[in-house]
Design a protein around this ligand. Sequence first.
Ligand code: ZN
Length: 271
Amino acid sequence: MIICLFIFIFGIVWGSFYNVVVYRIPKNLPLVNDRSKCPTCNHTLQALDLVPVFSWIFLGQKCRYCKEKISWRYPLFELLTGFVFVGAYFYVTNVLGYNFNRSNEFLEGILQIIIYCSFFSMLYLTTIMDFEYMIVSLNVLGVTFAIQLIGFIVLYYPNLPNLKSHFVGLILGALIYLVIYLVSKAIYKQEAFGQGDVYLLAAIGFVVGRNHVIMIAMMSFFVALILVGIAAVLGKKFEMRKEVPFGPAMCITTIIIMIWGERILNLLGYH
Ligand SMILES: [Zn+2]
C-alpha cells in the first residue's frame, strides 16, 4: 500500500514532465534546456509555481505574474499520470502476480513496474497527442521502446532468447498494419490509414507479444467505430478516413486485451 501511494505521488510529479512533452513535441519545441515559462507572459516560473496539482489549486488557477488563467488540463494530466503509474503497479501485482512482500520478487517487480510505467505512459501520451494533434510521436515510441528493451534484457538475463517472443510480437504488429496500410493506400489513392499506426502496433506488439497483438489489431477497428459513435452522439463529427484518431482506439483496446485477453482467448477455445 505504501508502494502504491509512493508510485501515485511519483506519477503526479512525473506528469508535469508529460505536460511539457504533450505541449512541446507537436510544436517541435526542445524538451529540455529551457526553464518553464508562463505561455502568456513568458515569466520564468519558480519552484513554488511548479508544484504539481497544488500550485494550480493554491495559486487560484492563475499565473502568479500576469494573473492569466491556467488551464485545468495541467493538474488533470498530472493526476492522470498518477493513475497511469498506479495502473502499472496493479498490472504487475494483480495480472502478472508479483508479490512485493516476498523479497526475492521485489527487484524483479520494481523492474516490471518501470517497464509497464513506460508502456502505459506511451499509450497515454499517444492517446492525448493523437486525439488532439493527429500525430503519433516517434520520439515517444522510441524512448519508451528503449526503456522496455533494456528492462526486458535486465529481467531475462542471462536467458536472452526469451526476448524472441517480444520481437515476434513487434514484427507481427508492424506487418499486420503495414499490409492494411498498403492495401488501403492502393484502394483510396491516399493515406487512409496512418503510418504512425503501423509503428504504434509494432511498439505495442513488442510488449504484449504475438497472440495479443493479433487481437488488438482486429479489435481496434471495433473500438474506433464505438469512439466515432460516441463522438457523433456528443455532436462532434469526424470525416471518415481522414480524421478518425485511430491511435486512441488502439491504446484503449490494448488495455482491454492486457486485462481480459486471456479470458477472451479461453472463450474462443484457444486454450
Ligand atoms: Zn503569466
